[in-house]
Ligand binder design. Structure first.
Ligand SMILES: [Zn+2]
Length: 587
């Protein structure tokens, strides 16, 4: 049977033109399937012989078998295989007990006996009538997959800074191409990537790997999923080139994030829905579908640049992920726990609560799930159930629906002393104009009290409990209760003006000064002095409404110059009231 070479020219979506050779030609009939006369060990030796050599095979069309039938053969003949053959059998073809580590192995029983080459990839597929790829014999979907892989390749080479994946020189490529197997995977698995190779040190770009993508996307739109899956799995190969030991949460959530970069019109925030329903779970939870939620990275990239995730992966060449993230955040002069608080607030304004000031609506993030919601008051000592208390880096959302009155709402949060410095409470007042927020850190007893003035102004008030990164994952110190009551406005008019909080403190970037003003229209003046009593900056000097307000000091003096590291006094004056707090600024 002669092979015919056909050259196809396919327009790449972003980057020009790729020449793709198809071999064999689509019009060729499927090869005859005949019983294998060889013994199992001969078959294995023959199948894997090209891979025994360190040098790349020059055979242009070496059959490559993908499937559990191969695994079954390996298993049944393992005891008779030579040590050398055993050693060189790719991990993914081994039965679990013979694997180096548990890895992806959900191959079907297909035989990939044909391939299509693009500039950097060899896409293997089957001509077996029982396992034809979609679109066969016109092979449109195979060509699409190759095109999408090239798009991913060029995006990460030229735009994202993640670099390129090397060809594996193995697994049937036999050429300077990255292998991708396109066949039906089991049970809704859309794809996987397997990192192998000889990388001795991180980021030496000598690691390689191969990709498998399913031909069966079930009820999902195949054209979209082919794009997203090819990007996702290729990104995994790039991750392996940086580090092969990171958590599955970090691997999967950043791979999902990369789908938004390359295919924003097709990407959907899969996994975010699961997390938004369980916001009390740790962000880094690696079980179930949570780990696929990309929204933490979408948030960080919105604040710190589109290459934020690439920068973290670069750091992962030399450090574990957690160290990499924290050192990057530190270098930006940002507080990680303040980031988590702000992230919790952003999550609140997702889905139907999107106000246009937070996540890009194109991401289509679902609304975060309410943990509690109330329309009648008072509420006394109401705890969330144990299973819904926010874990480290998790959040709770408790909504108080406002009645149409001009009374105040008194919120009392009763936490655990051990949680001081481990958790913060943000109160959001939301109405059609937007939202007001009060950021509160628990006192030494773990408590917070807040009076929301004139809460009839708001459609609802929400208590957001945000746990810090290192908050302990124990049910006792994470436990808290809260209560709410409507109180007469007049009762707190007599309270003195005061500085409620300055946080963070010490601070390196900015500190948020929360203050209370006792009378509508009374002038509040807040000034920053150094310890010698010299005026550094006037933060505010104007009439304000009754209630809590906030102003941020960014560490600069009146002339816009950065102040020196040291202790500063923040002084509030309002009529007869004066109140001073110390803050520490660390440049
Ligand atoms: Zn993945």
């Amino acid at each position: 049977m002669g092979r015919m070479k056909m050259i196809l020219v396919t327009g790449l979506l972003l980057f020009g033109v790729a020449v793709i050779g198809v071999d064999p030609a689509p019009a060729d009939p499927a090869p005859q399937v005949t019983p294998d006369p060889e013994s199992p060990i001969d078959t294995l030796t023959r199948i894997f012989a090209p891979h025994l050599s360190e040098t790349k095979s020059s055979s242009p069309l070496e059959p490559v078998y993908c499937g559990v039938d191969i695994m079954a053969m390996v298993k049944s003949t393992w005891s008779r295989m030579s040590p050398e053959l055993r050693q060189h059998i790719p991990d993914v073809y081994r039965p679990f007990e013979f694997r180096d580590k548990g890895a992806n192995s959900e191959q079907g029983a297909e035989v990939c006996d044909a391939f299509l080459d693009s500039t950097h990839f060899r896409v293997h597929y089957s001509t077996d009538p029982a396992h034809l790829p979609p679109g066969f014999p016109d092979l449109q979907m195979v060509r699409d997959l190759a095109t999408h892989l090239e798009t991913a390749y060029m995006y990460h080479r030229d735009v994202s800074g993640m670099g390129v994946a090397l060809p594996d020189g193995d697994y049937g490529g036999g050429q300077d191409l990255i292998d991708c197997y396109f066949y039906k995977l089991n049970d809704g698995l859309f794809g996987y990537a397997h990192g192998v190779g000889r990388g001795e040190t991180a980021c030496d770009h000598t690691r390689w790997g191969y990709i498998a993508v399913t031909t069966d996307f079930g009820t999902y739109d195949a054209a979209s999923q082919l794009r997203l899956t090819s990007e996702h799995e290729y990104f995994h190969i790039l991750q392996y080139a940086h580090s092969s030991v990171e958590s599955s949460w970090f691997m999967e959530s950043t791979a999902r994030n990369s789908e938004f970069h390359v295919w924003p019109d097709f990407a959907v925030p899969r996994g975010a829905w699961a997390w938004m329903r369980h916001p009390y779970f740790p962000l880094w939870d690696g079980t179930g579908y949570h780990k696929y939620a990309p929204h933490f990275w979408l948030y960080l990239e919105a604040h710190h640049g589109r290459d934020f995730v690439t920068r973290i992966w670069d750091r992962c060449c030399h450090a574990e992920f957690e160290t990499a993230l924290i050192s990057e955040i530190d270098e930006l002069g940002v507080d990680l726990d303040a980031t988590l608080m702000d992230f919790a607030v952003w999550n609140y304004f997702s889905g139907e609560r999107d106000d246009g000031n937070h996540y890009d609506p194109v991401y289509g993030l679902p609304a975060v799930f309410q943990q509690a919601s109330y329309t009648s008051y008072p509420l006394l000592s109401t705890a969330l159930s144990g299973g819904t208390i926010a874990r480290p880096a998790g959040s709770n959302y408790i909504r108080f629906m406002g009645p149409a009155s001009r009374n105040n709402l008194q919120l009392t949060f009763d936490g655990h002393p051990d949680m001081v410095g481990e958790r913060a409470v943000v109160v959001l007042g939301v109405n059609e104009w937007g939202h007001r927020s009060w950021v509160l850190e628990p006192d030494t007893d773990g408590n917070v009290e807040l009076i929301v003035p004139d809460w009839g102004l708001f459609d609802y008030v929400t208590l957001v409990v945000a746990n810090f990164w290192n908050a302990p994952d124990d049910s006792i110190s994470l436990h808290y209760t809260y209560s709410a009551a409507e109180i007469e406005q007049a009762t707190e008019v007599t309270d003195p003006a005061k500085l409620v909080n300055c946080a963070p403190n010490p601070f390196g970037n900015s500190t948020r000064v929360v203050y209370y003003s006792p009378r509508d229209g009374s002038t509040s003046t807040i000034r920053v002095y150094d310890t010698a009593g010299r005026l550094v900056r006037t933060l505010i000097d104007e009439p304000v409404f009754t209630g809590l307000h906030q102003v941020v000091w960014d560490g600069k003096d009146q002339h816009g110059r950065m102040a020196a590291t040291g202790i500063y006094l923040i002084r509030l004056e309002n009529g007869p009231h004066q109140h001073t707090r110390k803050v520490m600024f660390v440049r």
